[in-house]
Design a protein around this ligand. Structure first.
Ligand SMILES: *Cc1c(COP(=O)(O)O)cnc(C)c1O
Length: 455
């Protein structure tokens, strides 16, 4: 099974034919989940001692398994945060899969890492970070946020002279209620406290809220705040915290500023929204997920550090068998919680190189236009009420007279009929419908079609 054979030729043509067909589908079917029992009945036992052969396995995949996975690139997949990879990025993912590259160390993956670093440098420039900023592509925003916060705590520990000993007050980080759930997950993993800072009326973390949280922590004298996490594009509403105000306070208080731009950071490339990010250039660390709004396939998150030496001190794994990598150059594995690593930034790099950054700007602006259209249309329809004007491409709204079960039924029937994938959320305790538009193929007509089902 490791030797290329006539059978491999046959499998190759079947696989390439399927991949081509999937890439050419326009639009893709929405598809949807099946129960384990349904899948068992249709697929049967696929893992056997003698193997069922590639042809049979591929047939089970194409006929049963693939249709039981929602197409995240469907133009009316508007739930959570969709993923809408460019054609070139998906094609290049095939190449990465066929190339057996190791992306963890320069010694092994120099060419891949060089290209990834150019893509990271583009993101760092968009954010206004210094040209010395460095980073790595990690699996997702969750691992990116955790890795950045571990770096921040290492920095704070070093500053108070207890590197690793755990002496002294417990560490705490400050966030707003609107921060992503992965920050709480990171705090649990790290066993640090989470302090919630108040927001302004619109729900943005601001200097006043941060200052109050820091003062409360100081006077209680029970915890030591090491970092503040600002969100540049909240998942639920697309809000951008007051980054400039937060950066000022973080600077004055000597705490680390991590900016979570997993979803919203892409809009740095959009002139119509760039001004909302002022202050982001002062971040100590920053996460932007190309698999969300920068049209890369899953899974790909960019983690950037102002000073990667601190990340290296926090994360580098040491072992006799790893010593040959230590002086070989720039190792992405040293900057986060990972070691073995797929060169997952390459599909993003290839598409960026092939299409040029202007195409990205245009595609992001297109999604913003459609989100603004959705907001106008919602405001104009008597049965609907817009929760707030979108800052970015997330739009939350209410259907007057509906209760939570009405939203659930509506969402389920949209998926069951293959029309759209739209899931409810909550804002200030009230159930709302929510669109997240990150697919440039989503049109005004798609929005109308979904809104019409709420009449
Ligand atoms: C999606 C998201 C995350 C988590 O990213 P994953 O790639 O899903 O791990 C973190 N923060 C924000 C603001 C997000 O929108």
């Amino acid at each position: 099974m490791h030797t290329w054979s006539l059978e491999s030729e046959q499998t190759a043509s079947e696989i390439f034919a399927y991949a081509l067909e999937r890439l050419r589908l326009h639009p893709v079917p929405l598809d949807g989940p099946r129960t384990p029992e349904e899948l068992e009945a249709a697929a049967g036992e696929t893992v056997t001692a003698s193997g069922i052969g590639a042809h049979a396995a591929l047939r089970i995949f194409t006929e049963t398994l693939a249709p039981a996975c929602i197409s995240v690139d469907h133009p009316r997949y508007l739930a959570f945060i969709p993923c809408a990879p460019t054609e070139t990025s998906m094609l290049f993912d095939l190449v990465v899969g066929a190339s057996s590259m190791y992306g963890g160390s320069w010694v092994e993956g120099a060419g891949a890492i060089f290209a990834e670093n150019q893509a990271l440098a583009w993101l760092a420039r968009l954010a206004g970070l210094p040209s010395s900023a460095r980073g790595a592509f990690v699996q997702g925003g969750t691992i990116g946020n955790l890795s950045a916060l571990v770096t921040a705590r290492h920095w704070a520990r070093t500053a108070r002279g207890d590197a690793g000993s755990g002496r002294g007050r417990r560490f705490a980080l400050v966030v707003s209620e609107q921060a992503h759930s992965s920050i709480d997950a990171a705090a649990r993993v790290m066993d640090v406290e989470v302090l919630r800072a108040g927001t302004d009326d619109s729900g943005r973390l601001c200097a006043t809220g941060l200052t109050a949280a820091l003062e409360a922590a100081r006077s209680a004298d029970e915890v030591e705040v090491f970092a503040v996490v600002a969100t540049a594009g909240t998942t639920n509403l697309g809000l951008i915290d007051d980054l400039a105000g937060i950066a000022e306070v973080a600077d004055d208080s000597g705490i680390w500023l991590h900016v979570d731009g997993a979803y919203g950071g892409a809009a740095l490339a959009a002139p119509s929204t760039r001004r909302r990010f002022v202050g982001i250039e002062r971040a100590d660390s920053l996460v932007i997920d190309p698999h969300k709004w920068l049209f890369a396939p899953l899974d790909c998150a960019a983690l950037l550090y102002r000073d990667a030496a601190i990340a290296r001190a926090a994360h580098t794994q040491h072992a006799s068998y790893l010593e040959p990598l230590e002086h070989g150059g720039f190792n992405p594995s040293d900057l986060a919680i990972h070691l073995s690593r797929r060169a997952r930034g390459l599909p993003f790099w290839f598409s960026l190189a092939a299409n040029g950054t202007e195409a990205y700007t245009a595609a992001i602006e297109r999604t913003l236009d459609v989100a603004r259209y959705a907001a106008r249309e919602i405001a104009a329809r008597p049965e609907l009420s817009l929760v707030r004007e979108p800052d970015l491409s997330v739009v939350c709204f209410e259907r007057l007279g509906w209760t939570a079960p009405d939203y659930d039924h509506w969402s389920e029937s949209l998926l069951a009929s293959g029309t759209a994938f739209v899931t409810p959320s909550k804002v200030a305790g009230r159930t709302v419908a929510r669109f997240a538009v990150v697919n440039p193929e989503t049109t005004e007509a798609d929005i109308d079609l979904v809104l019409d089902t709420m009449r």
